[in-house]
Design a protein. Structure first.
Length: 257
């Protein structure tokens, strides 16, 4: 369902990075968050708790080989949900390391991200369970039956709202850093990189709105279009990274020319 927009293997090149003074991450940002703040510690703990909730939700400990085999069928859905939540956690980690902000607005957006994560952790797990049930032809049962088309629509809509709202919060955090770019002392390389990060996070609410629209079209539900649109988003992110990789490399080269 898309890759991590904030740290997705967009390397600029070891030689170019080596020519830039100061420590920078693969996106070209200098790292300002040298120490872990109470805000970061709280966010880390909340994300860990959300993942714990998913494990607890699996049910009781298997007591027979058949129960163990049935429990293991839920691993793919758990892994996908784990990866998605870890992506948002990593997005907040990167934002913290790059800008080191701990002001009231940063705390408000961070707390909202935690709130949304804890609210939507179970719906996300259900969506992935149904997805793997569908693509496996029932070999990986979701144990979450749908009786009507309206229920399927609500499932897709719940995922779109969860995914889009969490992406919007991370866009807002990076936009907050953008508004303080002069106070933070962002150079030309970092300004360009921050624009890229903001655009990539903006893709999440944008494609979520498209998914919401598709969920209202009954025929699209037969092919899982409201969910498949997020795979299209992944390719859009890849194209955006390729475009800006060249720009960032040029900016790094000019900064040391």
């Amino acid at each position: 369902m898309g890759s991590d927009p904030s740290n997705s293997g967009m390397g600029i090149g070891a030689d170019a990075l080596a020519r830039v003074a100061g420590a920078r991450d693969p996106f070209g940002f200098r790292l300002r968050g040298e120490r872990t703040t109470r805000l970061e510690a709280f966010v880390d703990a909340a994300f860990a708790f959300a993942l714990t909730l998913m494990v607890i939700a699996v049910g009781s400990v298997p007591r027979t080989p058949d129960e163990l085999a049935a429990a293991l069928k839920g691993v793919p859905a758990f892994a996908a949900c784990f990866w998605l939540i870890a992506t948002f956690w990593r997005g907040h980690v990167d934002w913290s390391e790059r800008f080191g902000l701990d002001d009231p607005r940063s705390r408000q957006w961070s707390l909202l991200l935690i709130f949304l994560t804890l609210i939507f952790v179970f719906p996300l797990k259900i969506v992935f369970a149904v997805f793997f049930d569908w693509i496996s032809g029932g070999a990986l049962p979701s144990n979450f039956p749908f009786g009507t088309i309206a229920e399927v629509q609500r499932m897709f809509q719940t995922f779109a709202i969860a995914f889009g709202s969490m992406g919007a919060v991370l866009w807002a955090l990076n936009h907050h850093a953008w508004r303080q770019r002069e106070a933070l002392g962002l150079d030309a390389v970092e300004v360009l990189a921050l624009r890229l990060v903001m655009r990539q996070w903006a893709l999440l609410p944008l494609f979520s709105l498209v998914s919401l629209g598709l969920s209202l079209w009954t025929d699209s539900l037969r092919y899982g279009a409201p969910g498949m649109i997020f795979f299209v988003m992944h390719f859009a992110q890849v194209g955006l990274r390729a475009q800006h990789r060249r720009r960032l490399a040029a900016a790094l080269a000019s900064s040391t020319a």
